[in-house]
Design a protein around this ligand. Sequence first.
Ligand SMILES: [Zn+2]
Length: 203
Amino acid sequence: MASARHGVREAPAGLALLQELLNTRAPMTYGVDLLLDADDAQRWLTEALATWSRASGLPAPTLLISSSDLRSLRRLRSTFENVILAGGSREPAGALPPADVPVSLVPDADGWVRIVPTGRGVRWLASALWAEALLAQQAGLWPRLKLCNNAECRAAFFDTSRNNSGVWHDVSTCGNTANLRAFRERRRLMGGSGAIPPRPTVR
Ligand SMILES: [Zn+2]
């Protein structure tokens, strides 16, 4: 699974599907972008949808990924990256979300309503992801799905800190690298030429 490659805590229930999509991007210096090759994308999506189906209690269709779907998948990923970065007020939004996304509302005999994705192929996936965004927003979970503050990393993580203040997918790697950079910059500005602290071990 894509999120497991980054060693990040998984978002709860169906929101993990969106986190998975975001984490298909290659981790910093290792691994591959899972949306560059149709076979990689197919393996990833089949497993991600099976997991989503178990979490949501809804059936997932079999989506067959052709090489022409890869571009649509990457565009979908970029759109969600942009809205999450814009929500964190860190960068202006690039690719805008679609004007509307079709879903089905399916009430049961007791009047409880489920939101069910519709459409085919990548459109179905977009419907499922925006439905999960809505559910996460209503549950107050949406602001906790974040992209790592390290621009070279951008791993998607679920922030469980009490005041939702986390900015690194892993404090001991990305957080330390940033602290070291800031330390060196301060030292440079102060004109110091003292010993440079040892490099942290970064995977
Ligand atoms: Zn990171």
